[in-house]
Design a protein. Sequence first.
Length: 251
Amino acid sequence: MAMKKKFYMPIILAWILGILSVACARMPESPQHYNFANAKKQMDRIYYGDLRVTVYCGCTYKNNKKPNEIDFESCGFQPRKNENRAFRIEWEHVVTAHNIGMSRQCWHKDGKRSARKNCEETDPEFALMEGDLHNLLPSIGEVNGDRSNFMFSQWTNSPEPMYGRCESIVDFKNRKFQPRKEVRGMLARISFYMEKTYGITISKERRRLFESWDKLYPVSAWECERDFRIYKVQGDHNPFVFEKCREAGII
């Protein structure tokens, strides 16, 4: 009997190790961040099915790699000015690349390339922050361009339409962007994540706004599913989302 146990023990251990190795292979090392170029290649692993909705206007889309695949009828979107960018999906940084990089040495460009390009090529930490999947959302290109590096704000409850029925608006004069209500809480929680993870400062005024949004606009099933899919690819959760999803019983 003792001989049989000795014979089977290596087989059992090998079987257990095999199961564990397969389970571990399904998840990336935690965390597995990417630069922005590689991050964009991961998007089809996250944004498929019901998650294919643009952040600022709520339009559904079929394929982020092809033009004219955004369903404007699903959200009532109308281009404001730049029709070339209006017909394509772009990956929007919630905390902008400008905000990520402006306090870094690499942002002081050398004259041969832009500040952002200089940071991408010379600052590995900037490159990882720029490519963090938690900070990226699909946007109609024109709205992404109009938002530019403007800070999020809220100044009216009756926005005058700029993009058809899309309720996100831009104040170009004062360099402010007011997102539609449905995503304000999510944008706040992403901003908190970027502060906690990378130390990107949030001003007192902005913090009060984001704390208000976080309370007024709780996590949705869409936001929780997005966080879970990012976890499967990148290997980490946004704790400001994950904990609230658990509290709400969504996961």
